[in-house]
Design a binder for this molecule. Structure first.
Ligand SMILES: Nc1ncnc2c1ncn2[C@@H]1O[C@H](COP(=O)(O)OP(=O)(O)O)[C@@H](O)[C@H]1O
Ligand SMILES: [Mg+2]
Length: 333
């Protein structure tokens, strides 16, 4: 290529880049304007598609029947998207831009879909906050249940054990374009922790049982029953031996819903009478530990577990703190 032609090509390329940058800049402005219009959040979910999908695998509550929440589909397949993008796209649009969600007390830059639970999709942000957004607006009551439980743990629980539940940063009602209202919980992201169902097999996991009983002892003393002690709700940090109990949507003595996909893990009082007590959490925590330890349980520990899993809740231990003392005796601590 001669020098003159090379110069022309360079100029043409420079012109093209300038045009492209101009276009990108005007797109950015347009978007910022629409986000800043009062009462107009950047969340503009395409709800009709979402509503069709969100009914899958979940049976809505009728009358006194406990609702059953279906196992959430993969985050990227779920329809609700706080950024108004088409379902199935990632947190960044093709130009790599981020979107924001304004709330009564903060502005969150939404980075990506982080996880998908049974009820909600969780979005990572540029801060330590995760936005937990129910796919179905009708599940907002369960988000409120969670917010109430987390608040109660903070106000009535012994502050020394606060680290056993994530911090609720805020909770608010969001109205989308179609005027559907959702309760959104903003929860502290427990970085570096993974749910038990996604954790590799541990050589030693008895500490999880101990910490679980601490978490339950703490919550029960504050008057909160968790109601869904299941693998995806136990975040752990294997090296630091940290444990955080998440998803308090099912808490309370009269649970409004159960995790349908894990019905088998529930004791009879929840399935038949829709009642949950401290003994319910003890039954579910024990069941989880039996699944986790599998064949790795000496006879004494097996007997201990069996005593925590009687069908009748009144036959089971009621006090997680006392149970921890018993467990410590068995394992020789
Ligand atoms: N505070 C948190 N920090 C880190 N991961 C979390 C946190 N809360 C939830 N998760 C992840 O998101 C998943 C779904 O959250 P969950 O609260 O169970 O939602 P749902 O109520 O929809 O079931 C969890 O299994 C976990 O992997
Ligand atoms: Mg869950």
């Amino acid at each position: 290529m001669g020098a003159a032609r090379r110069a022309t090509a360079t100029q043409a390329f420079a012109r093209l880049s300038a045009l492209y940058n101009q276009h990108r800049e005007s797109e950015r402005h347009r978007e910022r304007d629409s986000e800043q219009r009062p009462g107009h959040h950047s969340e503009q979910a395409r709800q009709s598609e979402h509503d069709q999908q969100s009914g899958q695998g979940r049976q809505s509550g009728q009358g006194r029947q406990a609702r059953q929440s279906g196992r959430g589909r993969q985050a990227r397949q779920s329809g609700h998207d706080p950024q108004g993008r088409q379902a199935g796209q990632s947190g960044h649009d093709p130009q790599g831009r981020q979107r924001t969600l304004r709330t009564p007390t903060g502005i969150y830059r939404i980075e990506d879909t982080f996880a998908s639970g049974d009820l909600a999709d969780l979005y990572a942000t540029d801060t330590d906050a995760l936005l937990k957004i129910p796919r179905d607006p009708a599940d907002s009551d369960l988000m409120q249940t969670e917010a109430d439980a987390l608040r109660r743990l903070r106000t009535d629980g012994d502050p020394r054990f606060r680290a056993y539940a994530p911090k609720l940063l805020e909770t608010f009602t969001h109205e989308d374009r179609e005027h559907r209202r959702r309760t959104i919980n903003v929860i502290k992201h427990q970085r570096g922790m993974r749910p038990l169902n996604e954790t590799e097999t541990l050589s030693d996991s008895i500490w999880i049982w101990r910490k679980l009983l601490v978490a339950l002892g703490w919550a029960h003393r504050a008057g909160v029953v968790h109601g869904a002690i299941l693998e995806p709700h136990i975040l752990i940090h294997p090296e630091h031996r940290g444990l955080v109990l998440i998803d308090w949507c099912y808490s309370g003595h009269r649970p409004k819903a159960i995790v349908k996909a894990r019905e088998i893990a529930y004791p009879p009082e929840v399935l038949t009478d829709r009642i949950a007590t401290e003994a319910t959490d003890i039954y579910m925590a024990t069941g989880l530990m039996v699944r986790l330890l599998n064949d790795d349980m000496p006879a004494r520990l097996r007997r201990f577990a069996a005593g925590c899993m009687y069908q009748a809740p009144r036959m089971r231990p009621q006090d997680a703190w006392a149970l921890l003392a018993e467990l410590d005796e068995i394992i020789g601590i």
